[in-house]
Write a protein that binds this ligand. Sequence first.
Ligand SMILES: *Cc1c(COP(=O)(O)O)cnc(C)c1O
Length: 412
Amino acid sequence: MTPSVDHGPGSEPPEHVWAVPGRPTRIVVDLDRIGGNLGYFRRTVTPGTAVMAVVKADGYGHGAVMVARAAVEAGAAQLAVATVDEGVVLRRHAVSVPILVLGPVDPLEVPRAAQNDLTLTLVDPQFVSVVAAAARTRRRREAWPVHVKIDSGMHRFGVDTRDALALFQRLDNHPELQVAGTFTHFADADGVYDAFTREQAERFLSAVGDVRREGFGTGLIHLSNSAAALRWRRLDHDMVRVGIALYGLSPGPDLLPADPIRPALSVWSRIARVTSLSEGDSVSYGRTYRAAGPESVGLVPIGYADGYARALSGIGTMRVQGQEAIVRGRVSMDQTVINLSPELGVQVGCQVEVISAGVSNPNSVARLAQNLGTIDYEIVTSLSQRIPRIYVKGRRVVAIQDLHGVSPVDEP
Ligand SMILES: *Cc1c(COP(=O)(O)O)cnc(C)c1O
């Protein structure tokens, strides 16, 4: 219907994505794009600034293990996760770069973090004692690296700027811990105005200055998330933490990623059944859609349990044979019905592009987020674990992540 939409390279999966056995509904992740997006930041940040790839929430729904490997291969110096479990999974898959756990951690999880060589974020003196005790149980001789998070205005997690110095004094009593980094997090780096970001940076850097003047080491200083790393070079410092832009997606509606940054994820399926409706026939639960005349509809085996939001009932669009196909009736748990133009002659088995890796297509992540009143982050992190992730590199399938784990795929 709208031929002007972006169908750039990668908007079709390579034919052999379908040769991988399994559920026809599948997520295709282009690892070259992950590498390319990481490479963009490596090239554009201030020389000497390291790039940390944020792979929390299973790599923003893309699958953390393969994304982590691609990011490290493309030059990510470190990785970040939100929970200890997420870090342990990466270690089990032989990821060896430093892994920072960004969020709060329960004291009961600290021993596992120690055994798996994860870097914890410290924000209060009680937790310092817990971490120091676990550090002594580590097999390694060297001090356990930790990062300190300073709250500069987000008021979510971090030590208050006024209490930062005392925390570093406390840490100084623990030779078994080594401060490898000190960071803060911006509340509005994707906003229209930069005043608050500037204020947060000033507060943070002033606290860091106080700590250093007292002779305490702060390790690597890092402030920026994707939005800040896309916009401000003077906030680079020692490292930037890139999440959403690594996946080629946007931190916010006011901030489109720069040109070479491209979405890596698309969702595909195959028509499972074709049905002919007559005037007055209804579709799906609640009979919210009724055919105005003869109509052909197709069944797509994806539903809200897969992360295809129920709010897309009657409004979502997919693409079949290059044409937009609107969702008919309610999205159900495992299945969704779409309209099919009769002239296309769509048959069972036809490929359906559920979510596009384009930017402006009606079924792109950005447009879905807009239609659902949310952000790109929520669209991709909602994609369920039960959809297999198929990893493509150089237009070859290299691995698959499904409910059974991650396995390499050897193609003929
Ligand atoms: C999630 C997160 C990031 C990454 O944010 P993006 O907007 O996805 O780049 C960086 N820092 C912290 C502390 C985070 O929690």
